[in-house]
Design a protein around this ligand. Structure first.
Ligand code: F6P
Length: 535
């Protein structure tokens, strides 16, 4: 994208022309504003009327997207073209939820049949575990499942299982271990019986140090009770690296593959979703896939002006590149989506937290914002103060279900009322007449004119959740296209992985060092002194 392009300059002047317009004036001037700036798709309503835009703004933004060749890029992704040039890969997470029969060839191979074959294996295995047909080495059924993984190999299954707890249809307990802080694993293993514990090792590369460290510890824990020969029945691999999984000692029929054309942060729909299938049952997992597929079809075919992912992406660009907002808050008023902000942190910041342009050189404009958030109403008693009266304008995505818990209607009305009040307060601010005589006016006034989008859905079902996740996946893709960056690689994480290999030997040997930078030397030496009980 060039900021010199006519479309961009035109948007810039348009933004300047709106600089003195307040959102509350836009609402006062147009009683129909909500109907003009909201879109329905299936069970989801997107209300973007509290964003600082006019009809002209949206026309210009959609025109800019067209000028940037967005339609062609959408078709390129769905058809399996190389949209990840630095790794020479397609990005085909949409195929994981596309059960239509038409073949899709990648390198001459119909990948849809591969996807369906693995899905069938996942289904059979999950049902075997749930029914007790698949047992451990002592003949006992599994009662507890540890899901190991980090990043995209953890955040998706963990978020979905949290969000859809009410759809749990087994008495099996699922435990997620992602970090390599031994406290978590030690606490968990104390509570579990190896004979009835299954461990799923989720790792696309099967080389991630944190996951392998945990996997080795669990393998040893199993062997201590079950014996070296028997622990493989208690270990499952989910990976794109079958060879490494087998050399770790996993049984071939307990390794579930996924592919290089699926990015880790886009992999929840693949065999990475095995914990979901075990916890919720395959019908619910398939409903989750179907919800995403419905959003895929909407994204692929809807005109930009009615296209939810495109609209969200364009509003993001408007706030980031013109209003210069550096962060974006995700505030679900839904305890089920407690982990959704964490999930979107990886999806958005690992996809678009880049300066490098897709082809060559570096961008001269902002790209991904810092994504943060937490559930409401809790945020109202923590950070909403800054959003109402702070020096920074922080756009918010509010997410809220129309249906809450059936036995707590009054609770849900307060939850919904609170969510709507927050977005209203951010939009209109404190009525100035209310504070006119108040000598403390300056401390009490909320400025308003602070943008938010509200995503309201009927109920947090597997189908709706699938659609919500796909909505954000496609929003991220559109922003990557418009910023001219590669949303599907993540070279920024490689340096840390390399440096840890340089540092570890000093920690393992308690050797003093002066060979690294003075900070790292000082920290290593203090760490080692403490190990030697010098403190
Ligand atoms: O953070 C880097 C990363 O490669 C993510 O993209 C990925 O989801 C995570 O680490 C885990 O990688 P793997 O699934 O290969 O263990």
């Amino acid at each position: 994208m060039s900021t010199q392009r006519a479309g961009w300059q035109d948007l810039y002047s348009h933004y300047e022309s709106l600089s003195s317009v307040h959102l509350k004036d836009l609402f006062q001037a147009d009683p129909e504003r909500f109907s003009r700036f909201s879109v329905r798709q299936g069970d989801i309503l997107l209300d973007y009327s509290k964003q600082r835009v006019t009809t002209e703004t949206m026309q210009k933004l959609c025109g800019f997207a067209k000028e940037q060749g967005l339609s062609e890029q959408i078709k390129a992704m769905f058809s399996g073209q190389i949209v990840n040039p630095s790794e020479q890969r397609p990005a085909l997470h949409v195929v994981l939820r596309d059960l239509t029969p038409e073949p899709l060839l990648v390198n001459g191979r119909n990948i849809k049949s591969d996807v369906q074959n693995v899905l069938a294996r996942v289904e059979a295995f999950a049902e075997g575990i749930r029914s007790g047909a698949k047992k451990g080495s002592t003949g006992k059924r599994f009662t507890d499942i540890i899901s190991l993984g980090i990043g995209g190999s953890d955040l998706g299954p963990a978020m979905v299982c949290e969000a859809l707890q009410e759809y749990k249809t087994t008495d099996i307990t699922l435990h997620f271990i992602s970090n390599v802080d031994g406290k978590s694993l030690a606490t968990l293993l104390k509570k579990l019986d190896p004979a009835t514990t299954l461990c799923i090792i989720n790792s696309k590369t099967f080389t991630t140090p944190e996951t392998l460290q945990n996997a080795k510890a669990i393998k040893k824990w199993l062997a201590q009770t079950l014996g070296e020969k028997n622990n493989s029945l208690h270990l499952v691999g989910v990976t794109a690296n079958q060879e490494r999984a087998e050399s770790f000692g996993l049984l071939k029929d307990q390794i579930f593959e996924f592919w290089d054309f699926v990015g880790g942060r886009y992999s929840v729909w693949s065999s990475v979703g095995l914990p979901i299938a075990i916890l919720l049952g395959m019908p619910n997992f398939r409903a989750f896939l179907a919800g995403a597929h419905e959003m895929d079809q909407h994204f692929y075919s809807a005109p930009f002006a009615e296209n939810m992912p495109v609209l969200m992406a364009l509003l993001g660009l408007w706030n980031i590149n013109f209003a210069e907002c550096a962060t974006q808050a995700i505030i679900p008023y839904d305890d089920g989506l407690r982990k959704f902000p964490d999930y979107l942190q990886q999806l958005e910041m690992e996809s678009n937290g880049k300066k490098a342009k897709k082809d060559s050189g570096f961008v001269s404009y902002s790209t991904a914002p810092v994504i943060w958030g937490g559930v409401g109403c809790n945020g109202q008693h923590a950070y909403m103060q800054l959003l109402h009266q702070g020096t920074q304008v922080i756009p918010v995505d509010f997410l809220i279900a129309a249906h809450g818990h059936p036995e707590y209607e009054a609770h849900h009305q307060l939850l919904v009322g609170s969510c709507l009040s927050q977005s209203k307060a951010l939009m209109e601010g404190t009525p100035t007449e209310a504070l006119a005589a108040d000598h403390l006016q300056h401390a009490k006034i909320c400025f308003g004119n602070r943008p938010s989008t509200t995503v309201m859905y009927t109920k947090l079902t597997p189908h709706v959740l699938g659609a919500l996740v796909a909505l954000y996946e496609h929003k991220v893709f559109v922003q990557g296209v418009l910023w001219g960056i590669n949303s599907f690689d993540q070279w920024g994480v490689e340096l840390g992985k390399k440096l840890v290999k340089e540092i570890l030997p000093y920690l393992e040997s308690s050797a003093q060092t002066a060979s690294l930078d003075s900070s790292t030397n000082g920290l290593i030496n203090f760490f080692n002194d403490v190990q030697r009980k010098l403190y």
